[in-house]
Design a protein around this ligand. Structure first.
Ligand code: UD1
Length: 361
């Protein structure tokens, strides 16, 4: 393996385009990029994010580094928006977060998901090709493992998707492989996130989903601050230690740092092709264990109600972390206690997320 460049070498005026940079994982990654000395341009349509999140990133980065952040309000489906973004700067690499990700919504509105996730990404590759930017870090997901037959999930397992959202991720992984195969100058890293949770240690940025949260931790957080009365636990009859499903929760700062490690590889090595890496901790935690850890961090009880299973939920999913550790020199640093501590810090300081008032619904 070629020697990885030092932070100093990486800093040499590398400009990264971050799509969806105002979102949950986007904001944390952009902050780490700025702190790592990169120049960053974001394109985001604020579909599930907001301007205030970017203001907080600027504050956390400080006056000097925040000058290195440029923002475009735009939608990847709109070619004019992309033309503007690509014609105004030269990018050394793209990190592509932008996309819709609610499983239930994707079942109800498949065209919305295919339109947004597929067309946006196709346009992005077209503009990358046109402007000669051929390094890509793509947000993939554990969803591409479907109902995994073997755990821990290893990157070369057979892939399978169970819903339209998952299929968009699977198709986009395949598309990336095809594009790279046709044009070997492309270097593509697919990062498969397990369950990103937690928040920046400052408590100034964190996850703030619009509407009723689909995922466990944002829901727990809203119960903890009194926005919702009770957490519905979807199934306690799974063949696990306490009957609830097991997932690999990972601190969002570890996920953010995984992107820096991926960029480092993209810049250091030629002919890497298109490679997938899991970003997980390798540890499984049950729903009830997560509730207990959050209660401990918050010092309060989370009321729960046992409910039937949620359709499509897998029993147990966790990552094999070897490949990322070996190739990217990256591994997760934080455990469940720190994830809950930081998520509670964010929630208690920002009970309504980036809003100061309760939302209308
Ligand atoms: C979900 C998505 C997955 C996506 C990932 C993004 C589904 C079926 N899968 O994964 O495609 O990539 O989010 O992070 O939606 N739970 C409750 N009560 C709740 C919410 C969740 O008991 O109110 C349980 C679920 O049954 C599950 C666990 O908590 O066992 C984790 O759920 P969630 O946070 O939605 O993540 P995944 O299902 O792993």
């Amino acid at each position: 393996m070629a020697a990885l460049p030092s932070d100093g070498e990486m800093r040499e005026k590398k400009r990264i385009l971050v799509t969806g940079g105002a979102g949950f994982i986007g904001t944390h990654t952009v902050l780490q990029l700025l702190k790592g000395g990169f120049l960053v341009s974001i394109i985001d349509n604020f579909d599930n994010s907001c301007e205030e999140a970017l203001e907080r990133v600027r504050d956390l980065a400080g006056p000097d580094l925040s000058q290195n952040l440029q923002f475009y309000l735009g939608d990847l489906r709109n070619r004019e928006d992309l033309e503007r973004v690509f014609s105004e700067s030269r990018y050394d690499a793209v990190i592509h977060f932008a996309g819709l990700k609610a499983v239930g919504e994707s079942v109800a509105k498949p065209l919305l998901y295919y339109n947004n996730n597929m067309i946006g990404t196709i346009h992005l590759y077209e503009f990358m090709t046109k402007y000669g930017c051929k390094k890509m870090v793509f947000s993939s997901s554990t969803t591409v493992y479907g109902q995994p037959e073997k755990i821990p999930c290893v990157e070369d397992s057979e892939l399978n998707a169970l819903n339209p959202y998952g299929r968009t991720k699977l198709f986009l992984e395949d598309m990336a492989r095809d594009i790279q195969h046709a044009d070997p100058e492309f270097r593509v890293i697919l990062l498969r996130y397990f369950n990103p949770v937690g928040a920046h240690e400052s408590g100034q940025i964190g996850e703030d989903p619009k509407g009723i949260p689909n995922n466990l931790m944002p829901y727990i957080q809203q119960v903890a601050v009194g926005r919702r009365p009770v957490l519905n636990v979807y199934g306690d009859d799974y063949p696990t230690k306490d009957g609830t499903p097991i997932r690999d929760y990972i601190h969002v700062m570890d996920v953010a740092d995984g992107h820096i490690a991926a960029l480092r590889k993209l810049f250091a090595e030629e002919n890497i092709g298109c490679i997938a890496y899991n970003l997980g901790t390798g540890f499984g935690t049950s729903v009830l264990e997560m509730v207990a850890a959050f209660e401990k961090a918050a010092g309060k009880k989370i009321p729960i109600k046992m409910c039937p299973r949620r359709p499509g939920d897998a029993t147990e999913v966790y990552a094999s972390t070897e490949k990322a550790q070996k190739d990217l020199g990256w591994s997760a640093r934080y455990g469940i206690a720190e994830m809950c501590r930081d998520q509670w810090n964010w929630a208690s300081k920002n009970p309504y997320g980036y809003q100061s008032q309760p939302p209308e619904s």
